[in-house]
Design a protein around this ligand. Structure first.
Ligand code: CA
Ligand code: CA
Length: 237
């Protein structure tokens, strides 16, 4: 039987010899009875191991656990520990960031409300701490990590642009999402009458939609002004 673990970049699979055939569930066929014990592992080590890098090899043509085992040994160890549930907790294969979860079937006990917790949660095998620097953009979607954190988007999955601009009678506005239960970062809409000055003043934003702790905000500027610019600034607190 094969057991796999998948990260945003890798798939790691181990094939283990197990007790036998499951048979046919619900069958009364005496020659092919259902055997609930069929998945019990009866070997001391995996008979075959696979590792594929979807970033460089999305078609799974090269099994790195076979062709480049030494170079990938630390990564394989890390994935293996997660797959084997090395923290000896209740559920097989639930080792994934277990420290943040009471059970694989519950929501995380501590929702990441600080940048540090958020980075830890997303730092899957194959990524280093430098991928989670505030200004880094590992998914190359043009949204730096600190902005992904503040807006509630994924640091390793490309997102479309989160800030949109529109205008209605008498006003222009920017709209952007913000996760409101994070107190270590702040999104501030600002305005200036000119791009040739460094004087920007804060514009108040209002919530126009909510989805849990993620709010859609809007900041607007009356078009009765001769000329005006809007920008969105992010600061860490
Ligand atoms: Ca990004
Ligand atoms: Ca992203």
């Amino acid at each position: 039987m094969g057991y796999s673990i998948r990260t945003d970049r890798y798939r790691y699979t181990e094939w283990w010899k197990t007790n036998g055939d499951y048979g046919k569930f619900g069958s009364n066929d005496a020659n092919n009875p259902y055997d609930p014990d069929a998945s019990r592992v009866v070997a001391s080590q995996a008979s075959f191991v696979e590792l594929y890098d979807y970033q460089n090899d999305p078609e799974e043509t090269e099994n790195l656990a076979y062709t480049q085992a030494a170079a990938h040994a630390p990564l394989i160890s890390e994935l293996q520990a997660l797959l084997h549930d090395s923290d000896n907790s209740d559920y097989v294969g639930d080792g994934w960031k277990k420290d943040l979860q009471a059970s694989p079937y519950n929501v995380p006990a501590s929702y990441p409300v600080t940048k540090s917790q958020w980075s830890t949660l997303h730092q899957t095998p194959g990524h280093s701490a430098t991928d989670f620097a505030d200004a880094a953009d590992p998914d190359q979607d043009g949204i730096p990590n600190l902005m992904e954190y503040a807006m509630g988007t994924h640091p390793l999955e490309p997102n479309t642009a989160q800030v949109s601009m529109n205008h209605s009678a008498g006003a222009i506005a920017i709209q952007y999402p913000e996760v409101t239960n994070r107190s270590d970062v702040l999104l501030i809409p600002e305005t200036s009458a000119s791009l040739e000055t460094s004087e920007w003043s804060t514009v108040s934003a209002m919530t126009i939609d909510t989805a849990g702790s993620k709010h859609m905000k809007e900041a607007s500027l009356p078009t009765s002004n001769a000329k005006g610019f809007l920008r969105l600034r992010i600061i860490e607190e």
